[in-house]
Design a protein around this ligand. Structure first.
Ligand code: SAH
Length: 345
């Protein structure tokens, strides 16, 4: 596969032998997927040396890419195949998404943190997966328009399985999710639907980041990534236009916010302004972005409060070449002179 140095290929095959086969993991389809997906392309550069280590790794914004064994195990527990449509909640780096995409027919991946979803999208597009559909928002609500799913994989922990997800599980389908209270006190739980009955069983103990429930209007509206991962340059498109419109459970609410933002660090000469303009416009925000003489970037953001918050999440990370060291946000009066989202000089 392009971009896949042989050094990493060797490590990957060793990962599969040592961490999976030697532990008695025998699902051939999943083993093939784990041999195929270049995990090192889904980790930040700072973690590259550990890309094939037997552990989770940080991927930014307080989140982690799951341990390889856990990715393999969860995929296998779904008992899905090339005909299956699978919902993934908490797609993070996109690594689990790629493993699923190798095994199943269609993957519907939801992630609440836009910067992670965008990076995942870029990587998945680069690898040529055309059976992945991504959305940004609260995945605990599922993906109503695309249900039912033969498999639902949740990569974040909660006290119980969200009922919306169970409602979107196809007959005979399986949901796999870490369930439990505090960190480290979670059990990987498998729920199988048999008509109206749900059978639950427990697998191994595990440790996942928490499933965060978002109630804001931005999440209800949900911005989606274009249909397939191959639309590499199409940017974000809004699911709100088409798919969510007929869904009365996602009402629009007017909760507006206006802020001034200053971003410091390595933020000039890294396409911060151009990318911020696109990100702002795609979220339906009004505002502007400009370079300051002291090397920082200033932004003015106005619009739906949830969309502003999502944009602030993006600003904290910025485009791939940026290194944000500090972000300050202040409430600001709305500015009638701004209409779209522009770069100012
Ligand atoms: N399988 C991923 C795991 C990422 S960690 C990987 O290997 O990279 C779990 C992810 O769940 C995080 O990215 C977090 O932002 C996301 N998450 C938490 N709550 C969520 C929710 N309600 N909806 C969608 N994503 C959620």
């Amino acid at each position: 596969m392009s971009g896949d140095g042989s050094r990493f290929a060797v490590r990957r095959l060793r990962m599969v032998e040592e961490q999976l086969v030697h532990r008695g993991f025998r699902d051939d389809d999943v083993l093939a997927a784990m041999r195929a997906v270049p995990r090192h392309l889904f980790v930040p550069e700072s973690a590259l040396a550990d890309a094939y280590a037997d552990s989770p790794l940080p991927i930014g914004l307080g989140q982690t890419i799951s341990q390889p064994y856990m990715v393999a195990l969860m995929t296998s527990l779904l008992e899905v195949d090339a005909r299956s449509r699978v919902l993934e909640v908490g797609s993070g780096s996109g690594y689990q998404t790629a493993v699923l995409a190798e095994v199943v027919g269609e993957v519907f991946a939801v992630e609440r943190l836009a910067p992670l979803a965008e990076r995942a999208r870029a990587t998945l597009a680069r690898l040529g997966y055309d059976n992945v559909h991504q959305a940004i928002g609260d995945g605990a609500r599922g993906w109503h328009e695309q249900a039912p799913f033969q498999g639902i994989l949740v990569a974040a922990a909660a006290d119980g399985v969200p009922p919306e997800l169970l409602a979107q599980l196809a007959d005979g389908g399986r949901l796999v999710m870490p369930v439990g209270g505090g960190r480290g006190d979670q059990v990987l739980t498998v729920v199988e639907r048999d008509g109206d009955a749900l059978k639950e069983r427990h697998d191994t103990r595990c440790r996942f980041v928490p499933l965060v429930r978002d109630a804001g209007p931005e999440e209800r509206r949900r911005a989606a990534l274009g249909g397939a991962a191959e639309d590499a340059d199409a940017g974000w498109t809004s699911l709100g236009g088409e798919d969510a419109r007929g869904d009365s459970t996602y009402p629009e609410e007017a909760d507006m916010k206006s802020v001034d933002v200053r971003v410091s660090g390595r933020v000039q000469g890294v396409y911060y302004r151009a990318t911020a303009r696109r990100e702002g416009a795609l979220r339906g925000l009004r505002g502007w972005v400009r370079n300051e003489p002291d090397g920082s970037v200033r932004l003015h953001l106005e619009g739906d409060a949830g969309a502003v918050d999502a944009m602030l999440d993006w600003c904290r990370v910025g485009p791939p070449a940026a290194e944000v060291s500090r972000l300050t946000v202040e409430d600001a009066p709305a500015d009638d002179t701004v209409h779209g989202f522009e770069v100012r000089y």
